[in-house]
Design a protein. Structure first.
Length: 256
């Protein structure tokens, strides 16, 4: 279980990982994250300015710019998966090149785009009901990007379903983990985003470590298969299932 002191140990391990020569690589990935976040922030800020501008001057002049920014933010959604995957590969000792962020996103663009878009839609819909259900669903879907990276063949629904399964019983722990970064986010705001260049590698590394624990826990408890995490090919997993099924049927056959 990922509770209490275990959370502190995970964050300590994440900090240690960053200081052991990995920070430079993750810092560069952090710049990409910052660029995406600034576009998303700019989109939100721009719509507020648009509404104010239109209310004062009774015009729709800047709607085109707003629509373009919204489109750009949507088109960058697959980077959420490839960046999360970059941190996960670094954590697993594979040391990928920074170009893999773009290569992975391009190679699986439609799958990644569909998953991240569906996650946002579901989260927004739940948030519209009430804030708390939106937070709960956001935590339920928090491992979606990492799952999709591990198995790009999964559909959006399969990814979100698996994320809900492995986070069941751990959403409180995940919420406390996210909450523990509040001070860092405030520091980032005070420094006009400069501190985020450390905060985001720290956060993403911590999330990757949580994912590894949740994945192993799911496998140990039998609530997910190795294939779902991309650990074995689907055809190999299905063949093994059929082999075990035949052995069981043969063993319990009254004519055996």
């Amino acid at each position: 279980m990922v509770h209490g002191c275990r959370q502190l140990a995970i964050k300590a391990n994440a900090r240690q990982f960053l200081t052991n020569g990995q920070w430079v690589h993750l810092f560069l990935a952090g710049i990409i994250i910052e660029a995406v976040n600034y576009i998303n922030f700019g989109t939100s800020l721009y719509v507020q300015l648009r509404n104010t501008f239109n209310a004062i001057y009774q015009t729709q002049f800047i709607n085109v710019s707003w629509n373009m920014m919204s489109l750009i933010a949507l088109l960058l959604l697959p980077l959420e998966v490839s960046i999360a995957g970059y941190y996960l590969r670094c954590l697993r000792g594979r040391a990928p090149g920074l170009g893999s962020v773009y290569e992975e996103a391009a190679a699986h663009y439609s799958h990644y785009f569909g998953t991240m878009l569906l996650r946002r839609i579901y989260t927004v819909l739940w948030t519209m009901l009430f804030i708390i259900p939106g937070i709960v669903k956001s935590l339920s879907y928090s491992m979606a990007a990492l799952i999709q990276h591990d198995n790009p063949t999964l559909t959006a629904s399969q990814v979100l379903n698996l994320s809900q399964r492995i986070t069941k019983g751990y959403k409180g722990s995940l919420f406390l983990m996210e909450l523990s970064f509040l001070g860092w986010y405030l520091l980032g705001a005070v420094t006009f985003g400069i501190a985020y260049l450390y905060v985001h590698p720290y956060l993403y590394t911590t999330q990757a470590m949580y994912y590894e624990l949740l994945r192993q826990n799911a496998l140990d408890r039998g609530i997910a298969s190795p294939w779902e995490f991309g650990m074995v090919p689907n055809n190999a997993f299905r063949s093994e299932e059929r082999r075990v099924g035949k052995e069981c049927r043969s063993r319990w056959s009254p004519y055996h």
